[in-house]
Write a protein of this length. Structure first.
Lengths: 184, 711
C-alpha cells in the first residue's frame, strides 16, 4: 500500500478556520502564500535565517518557513493580515508607517509581527541578551534602543531601515504603555 | 544652511515637495496587502524550479530527465537539449547582455551555479523534489577562481574611463615630501535583496505578459522581446512592488525560463530563484585589490594621485568594477592616474551593486588620504580642504555645484569634530578603545531620457503614468509630490502609476538616476497640460492627456562635472579582548541637490550608510578554491548588518542648488554607502593605532593586528 503523501488539515488563522488538503512537505509559509492567498507573509530565504516569514503561533513569534503545515493544526496562527482591527492599523503598523520603518517593504510584515511579540515579551518580563540584570527581582527592564535592537535582530532588513525600525518599535511600545495606564 | 525637518508626517505646507510625507503605498506595505511578483495568483499556475551546475568549468554530458519526468506532478524538464532557442546577439540599454541570458543554449559550464535545467511541476513541492532528484553528468575541466592583483591574466579593458592619466606621475611622486603607497582590498559582496527574484509568464490574447520584480520594466520587456524575436508591442512586463534590488534586478534567467516554460506548456509559469541560487545567478560586487599612491608637499598639497584598481569578471562577459573612478572629481593634484584592470576567472559575472566603483574605490582612496593626513600632521578635513579643486581635476570642466566643504563644516559642527584629539590609540573606556574617523563621499549625477503621460481626469484628479520602478526608494511618493507641486494641487488628487512597460520608455531605477529622470518627464508633461487646461473648456470623460519625452532636453544638457557630495563621520569602540569593532554613531551630511521628500530621503541616506557599516565590518562571500563555489551561500554564511549591529545613524543635508539645472534633483540612492566604510576604518585606526586595509574589519584581523590592544 502506498503511503499517503497528503492530508486534510484545519488551520486556525486570524481567528478563521481553513480546512484544506496539503502535501506533507508543505511548510506553513507555503500553505499561507500558495494555498490560502495570504501573501502578506514573505519568503526571504526559506531557511529560517531572515525572519521575513515571521508569524505569531499561539502568540509567540515563529518563522513559518521552518514549520510544516501539518504540524500547525490546533495552533492559533496570526499573520500580518490579522493584526489590524479592520481599518484601524495596529499601533506597530502605524508607527512603521509614520516613521518610515521600512523601504522596499518586503521584510516589513515579519518585522511588524516580530515587534508585536517583542513588546509583549518585554512587558511580560522576558530578558534578552541585552538585559544587564536578569534576576527575577530586577523586574521588567527598560525597553531601551539596545533592547529593541537585540530583540529585533532575528528580522533582517537589507534596505537598512533599522534606525527607523527601532524608533517605530519604541513609539508603539510607548503608546501601548499609555493605553495600559489609561485603562488602569 | 541646513534643511532641518521632522521625521514624522508633517501636515503643512500642503503641496510643496520638500515637506515630509509617508509613502503612498505605505499602508499596503505595513498590512501585507502589497503584492510582489511571486504573489499574484493565476488559475492553472505551474511552478518552475532551477537546477544549477555543481562544477566550475567543463561541459554537460547528460541531463537524465526521463526518471524525473515520471515523478508526480512533473510537467516538463527544460535543458540545453530541448529548450527553445533565443537570440542573444543584440545590444540592449546597458550594452551587450550578460551571457547568462543564453540559458540552456549550449552545453558549456562557465562557473559553479550555472543553470542546467528547469523542472516544471503542478506544485512547488513537486518541482523542488524532482529538481533535487535530477542527475546531471559533466565532463569537468580544471578551474581558476583565485583572485589577486598579481594574477598573470590581468588586463586593462578597452573602453571609456578605464585609464586616465594627467601629468608626470612618477616625477611628482619623487618630488613629494610625503608618500603613501598601500594596497587596499574589499571582498566579494552580494546584493541580498530580501525579495528573491521571481517572475510569472503567460500568454494572454496573443501577448506575452510577465509579472516580475525588476528595476525597469521597459528595459526587461525590450530585452525579452529581442531574445525571443518578438514584436516589442507584444511583450508587457509589470513590476508594481519590488522587494529591494540594489543593482541585481535586471534581465535574469527567471524571466527567460518562465517565458520558455509558459510557451512550451501554454499555461502560466512562475519561476522563483531560491536564496542559495541567487548567489550565482543575479550578479554581485567583485572583490577588489587597489593600490593607491599619494604624494604631497609638507603642507598637504597633493602632487600625485595614483589609483590602480583590480577586479574580476567571468570568462563569458566583461564587467568592470570601476573603483579607480572615484577620485577623478575629488581632489586637485598636479599628476593623476587612475586605471581599472580586470582578470577573467571561472566565476559568475559580477554586476552593478549599490555605488558600483564608488563604494570600494572610496574605501581605498579615503583611507589613503587619512594616512596622508597622519603623515603630514594635518587634520583629515583640513587636508581635503587644501586640495579642493576649482574645476574638475581631470576633466577641467566646471562643477554644476560642489558643496563638499559645506557638508564637512556642518558635519564637523554636529559631530563635535573640533574637540577631537588626533593621536591614535589613546582613548579607553573599560575594555573599549575609542576612535573617530571621517571620509568624503561622492556620486555622479546621471540622467536618462524618459517619457511620461499626465491625464487631467473629468473628476478633477490627475493620473500620472511613467514607467518608473520603486525598489524601496520612495520613487512613487516622490513622483506624486513632484507632480502635485507642478500641478499646484493637493497630492491626494494625484495618482501615480508605475512599473508597467506599456507606459513607454523611461530610465531604470539605477545609478541614482530614477527620480531625476522620471521627475523631469513628469514636470514637462505637467507644464504642457497646464497650458492646455488654461485655455478653458470642459474635460471630456476620457480626460485630457499630455505625453512628454525628455530625450532632446537631456541631450542638450551642458557638459559639466555633475556630482553629489557628502561628509561621513563615524565613532567606533574596539573591544581589546575580542577584537570586535562596534560602531557607536554615524553622521552623514550630504550635498545632493533638491531633496523631494525628507522622510524617505533620510531613509535612503541612512540605508546607504548602514550598507557602509555592513561593508566595513561584516560582508564577505567566501569562494572555495577547490570546488570553485561559494561556502555558505545563505544569510548565515553571508552576514550583513542585523539590527543589533547598527547604532544611531543620522543623515542630513546642506543646500545644494544649480541654477542651470532644469530639475535640480541629483539622486540619493547610492551616495550614502560611499566613504562610509573608510570613515569607519579611519576610526578604527584612531582607536587602535593600526591601519586596516582589508575589509571586512573582522575581530580576528583586529586581534592579530595588535596596536593599542596590546598596550
Amino acid at each position: 500500500m502506498a503511503l499517503s503523501t497528503s492530508s486534510a488539515i484545519t488551520l486556525n488563522i486570524n481567528g478563521e478556520k481553513h480546512t484544506l488538503p496539503v502535501d506533507h512537505r508543505t511548510t506553513l509559509l507555503d500553505a499561507l502564500r500558495e494555498r490560502l492567498d495570504l501573501t502578506g507573509t514573505k519568503k526571504g530565504c526559506d531557511q529560517g535565517q531572515c525572519g521575513a516569514c515571521t508569524v505569531l503561533v499561539d502568540g509567540r513569534r515563529a518563522v513559518s518557513c521552518l514549520q510544516l503545515a501539518v504540524a500547525s493544526e490546533g495552533r492559533e496562527i496570526t499573520t500580518i493580515e490579522g493584526v489590524a482591527q479592520g481599518e484601524q492599523l495596529h499601533p506597530v503598523q502605524q508607527a512603521f508607517l509614520d516613521l518610515d520603518g521600512y523601504q522596499c517593504g518586503y521584510c516589513t510584515p515579519g518585522q511588524v509581527c516580530s515587534a508585536i511579540a517583542v513588546i509583549e515579551e518585554h512587558a511580560a518580563g522576558w530578558p534578552s541578551a541585552a538585559t544587564t540584570d536578569v534576576r527575577p527581582e530586577a523586574g521588567v527592564p527598560e525597553l531601551s534602543a539596545e533592547e529593541i535592537r537585540e530583540r529585533m535582530s532575528g528580522n533582517l532588513c537589507r534596505c537598512g531601515a533599522y534606525v527607523s525600525i527601532v524608533q517605530a518599535v519604541a513609539q508603539a511600545a510607548a503608546s501601548n504603555t499609555e493605553d495600559t495606564e489609561a485603562a488602569a | 544652511m541646513t534643511a532641518r525637518t521632522t521625521t514624522t508626517t508633517s501636515p503643512a505646507p500642503a503641496n510643496a515637495a520638500g515637506a515630509s510625507y509617508t509613502r503612498v503605498e505605505g499602508r499596503d506595505k505595513v498590512t501585507g496587502a502589497a503584492r510582489y511578483a511571486g504573489e499574484i495568483p493565476y488559475a492553472d499556475l505551474a511552478h518552475g524550479w532551477l537546477v544549477l551546475s555543481t562544477i566550475a568549468r567543463g561541459r554537460i554530458l547528460s541531463v537524465e530527465s526521463d526518471p524525473v519526468r515520471e515523478m508526480p506532478g512533473v510537467l516538463a524538464v527544460l535543458h540545453h537539449g530541448n529548450a527553445p532557442r533565443v537570440d542573444s546577439d543584440y545590444v540592449g540599454m546597458l550594452g551587450k547582455p550578460d551571457p547568462i541570458v543564453e540559458v540552456f543554449q549550449h552545453d558549456r559550464i562557465p562557473f559553479v551555479g550555472w543553470p542546467v535545467a528547469l523542472v516544471v511541476a503542478e506544485t512547488s513541492e513537486q518541482a523542488r523534489e524532482a529538481a533535487e532528484a535530477l542527475v546531471v553528468r559533466y565532463e569537468e575541466e580544471t578551474h581558476d577562481v583565485a583572485f589577486s592583483s598579481a594574477h598573470p591574466g590581468t588586463y586593462t579593458p578597452d573602453g571609456d574611463g578605464m585609464l586616465i592619466e594627467k601629468g608626470d606621475l612618477e616625477a611628482e611622486l619623487a618630488a613629494s615630501t610625503h608618500v603613501v603607497d598601500h594596497e587596499y582590498t574589499t571582498p566579494e559582496e552580494h546584493h541580498g535583496s530580501m525579495e528573491p527574484h521571481a517572475a510569472m509568464a503567460r500568454w494572454d490574447s496573443g501577448r506575452l505578459e510577465i509579472v516580475d520584480s525588476n528595476q525597469g520594466s521597459g528595459w526587461v520587456a525590450d530585452e525579452l522581446a529581442k531574445l525571443f524575436s518578438l514584436d516589442p508591442d507584444s511583450v508587457r512586463v509589470r513590476s508594481e512592488h519590488v522587494g529591494g534590488a540594489f543593482g541585481s534586478k535586471g534581465v535574469r534567467v527567471h524571466q527567460i525560463l518562465a517565458v520558455m516554460a509558459a510557451t512550451q506548456l501554454d499555461r502560466p509559469v512562475r519561476v522563483v530563484i531560491t536564496r542559495r541560487q541567487l548567489f550565482s545567478l543575479t550578479g554581485y560586487r567583485s572583490p577588489t585589490a587597489q593600490r593607491v599612491r599619494l604624494g604631497a608637499d609638507a603642507d598637504g598639497r597633493l602632487r600625485a594621485v595614483d589609483h590602480q584598481a583590480h577586479s574580476l569578471t567571468s570568462t563569458v562577459h566583461e564587467f568592470v568594477e570601476t573603483s579607480a573612478g572615484f577620485g577623478r572629481p575629488m581632489y586637485a593634484s598636479d599628476a593623476h592616474r587612475s586605471v581599472n584592470r580586470v582578470v577573467r576567472l571561472d566565476v559568475p559575472t559580477p554586476t552593478f551593486m549599490r555605488a558600483p566603483g564608488e563604494a570600494p574605490g572610496s574605501f581605498a582612496l579615503e583611507s589613503a588620504l587619512d594616512e596622508l593626513a597622519e603623515k603630514c600632521g594635518m587634520d583629515p578635513i583640513a587636508l581635503r580642504a587644501r586640495n579642493e579643486p576649482d574645476v574638475g581635476p581631470v576633466s577641467g570642466l566646471p562643477f554644476a555645484s560642489r558643496n563638499l566643504l559645506a557638508a564637512y563644516r556642518e558635519g564637523a559642527r554636529r559631530f563635535g569634530w573640533a574637540d577631537r584629539d588626533p593621536r591614535p590609540g589613546v582613548r579607553r573606556e573599560g575594555r573599549w578603545l575609542l576612535g573617530t574617523g571621517t571620509a568624503s563621499a561622492t556620486f555622479p549625477v546621471i540622467v536618462a531620457p524618459s517619457t511620461a503621460a499626465v491625464t487631467a481626469e473629468a473628476d478633477g484628479t490627475f493620473t500620472v503614468r511613467v514607467n518608473a520602478a520603486d525598489v524601496g526608494t520612495g520613487a512613487r511618493t516622490a513622483l506624486t509630490l513632484i507632480a502635485a507641486e507642478a500641478l499646484e494641487v493637493p497630492r491626494e488628487r494625484v495618482h501615480v502609476r508605475i512599473g508597467d512597460s506599456d507606459f513607454g520608455p523611461a530610465a531604470i531605477s539605477g545609478g541614482s538616476m530614477g527620480t531625476r529622470s522620471w521627475g523631469w518627464a513628469v514636470r514637462v508633461a505637467v507644464t504642457e497640460l497646464r497650458e492646455q487646461l488654461a485655455l478653458g473648456g470642459d474635460i471630456p470623460p476620457q480626460g485630457i492627456t499630455v505625453r512628454s519625452d525628455t530625450s532632446a532636453a537631456v541631450g542638450a544638457l551642458a557638459q559639466k562635472e555633475r556630482h553629489s557630495f557628502g561628509a561621513q563621520f563615524a565613532e567606533v569602540g574596539v573591544d581589546v579582548a575580542t577584537g570586535e569593532v562596534r560602531v557607536r554613531r554615524m553622521l552623514g551630511i550630504f550635498a545632493a541637490g533638491k531633496i523631494v521628500n525628507p522622510l524617505t530621503a533620510r531613509s535612503q541616506f541612512v540605508g546607504g550608510m548602514t550598507w557602509g557599516l555592513s561593508m566595513a565590518l561584516h560582508e564577505e562571500a567566501h569562494r572555495d578554491q577547490a570546488t570553485g563555489g561559494h561556502v555558505g551561500a545563505d544569510f548565515a554564511g553571508y552576514h550583513f548588518a542585523a539590527n543589533a549591529d547598527v547604532p544611531v545613524i543620522e543623515a542630513d543635508w546642506v543646500e545644494d542648488t544649480d541654477a542651470d539645472d532644469p530639475v535640480g534633483i541629483k539622486g540619493i540612492g547610492e551616495i550614502g554607502i560611499v566613504g562610509a566604510a573608510a570613515a569607519i576604518a579611519n576610526a578604527v585606526w584612531h582607536a587602535t593605532g593600526v591601519r586596516h586595509r582589508n575589509l571586512p574589519i573582522r575581530p580576528d584581523r583586529v586581534l592579530s593586528a595588535g596596536g593599542a590592544l596590546d598596550a
